[in-house]
Design a protein around this ligand. Sequence first.
Ligand code: AMP
Ligand code: ZN
Length: 464
Amino acid sequence: MKIYNTLTRQVEPFVPYDEKEVKMYTCGPTVYNYAHIGNLRTYIFEDIFEKTLNYLGYHVKRAMNITDVGHLTSDADTGEDKMLKGAKREKKSVLDIAKFYTEAFQNDTAKLNIKWPEIVSPATQNIDEYIKIITKLMEEGYAYESGGNIYFDISKVKDYYKLTNHKMDENLIGAREGVEEDQRKHNQADFVLWFTKSKFDSQELKWDSPWGVGYPGWHIECSGISMKYLGEHLDIHCGGVDNIFPHHTNEIAQSEAYLGHKWCNYWVHGEYLNDKTGKMSKSKGEFLTLSVLIDKGYNPLSYRFMCLNASYRKTLVFSYEALENAENAYKKLKSKVGSLQKEGSLNQEDYQNYDEKFKEYIADDLNMPNVITLLYDLLKSEVNDFTKYTLVKSWDQVLSLDLCDEPKKERTLSEETIQELIQKRAEAKEKKDYQTSDEIRAYLEQNGVRLKDTREQTIYEWID
Ligand code: AMP
Ligand code: ZN
């Protein structure tokens, strides 16, 4: 397959480090609030990427972090910890906030048919890993202590700006959001690996470290989690374009300084979803969540469909008009597939020809707009119904639009059974047995029941 690599600024053939298993890391959410539909666009693109690799025959091991500590309101290490801000806003503990919004995020991804990565790890559960990395960086002179914090010294690495193509003398600082000069840093682009001192001292979560009681910076968590679960050679690292600088730039600097060799070969970034006023952001106050769309009566998969109609490398502007159009087109598409004969004989030649085209498009830098056009072409073609249906079913492993699902489900479960399963799921979650809780949710969904976790309890609704 070919993919656009931010590092080399070109579309390149994808060659994994180890053919047997592709190692993929995707930056996860900061769980101080709901994900907005812009964030979800990035997770949809990453989901498509993973499923494309699967379709093309690769086995993918994918890890994602959950940021529950250390991400300050400015990516440049200034401002307040976002988690603490969320906790204050809701008068809850940081851990409660993290738990609540992690579950909310998991619910959103399930509604959008986004596969939950094989490894999902909260930043707070890998502190030893960060301490191990920072210790070595200190020993080897890549990091220094200043005013109580541990900083990474960007002047110690060659080509710190290789991902952004910015020259060292360019003043990137000025381009960052809400930045103030930090007198403790040797170079203004140096970044915090470990905080013991910052402007606010009400940090709830703190750990012992060789440099004093404190907490990790945001960037070190992704390097730490990635190396811990995926090893020293990463094939693919994804995120939204806003992650390129400083987050991914810093991840490269610290990981390669630590490892002493190249860390990740392919850096792949999804473009923004904007609203009419510009980029969506959680900190702006008012932001669009998936629940807002559902409350207005939209099917979450219409939003997925809308995203698939644009290249992941192009900005997409959200409007209700665009969503309305996507929903109408999606409904028509589904009903067209629903009207196909689901039995018959498979025309091998047609199947091969269309499937080859499908593979060609997905392998071409995830060209989803071409895939959608191909889907319409297939449905209009002379190919027999059963072959059409079999192709759509197969392609839906990547598209995940439930194109072949029966539209209406019988209400087969009793109120009593549903409540019993909700209770069992709550118990499983309490024990952190997320596999069981996921299975219960999936079982209920298959039987037409959708769960909704509110702050106080789990409620359910019938999917019509
Ligand atoms: P956060 O929870 O803020 O750490 O962001 C989670 C993911 O969403 C990151 O990969 C970001 O790059 C991405 N992201 C943030 N804003 C947008 C947006 N407006 N459109 C698309 N992706 C975004
Ligand atoms: Zn990250």
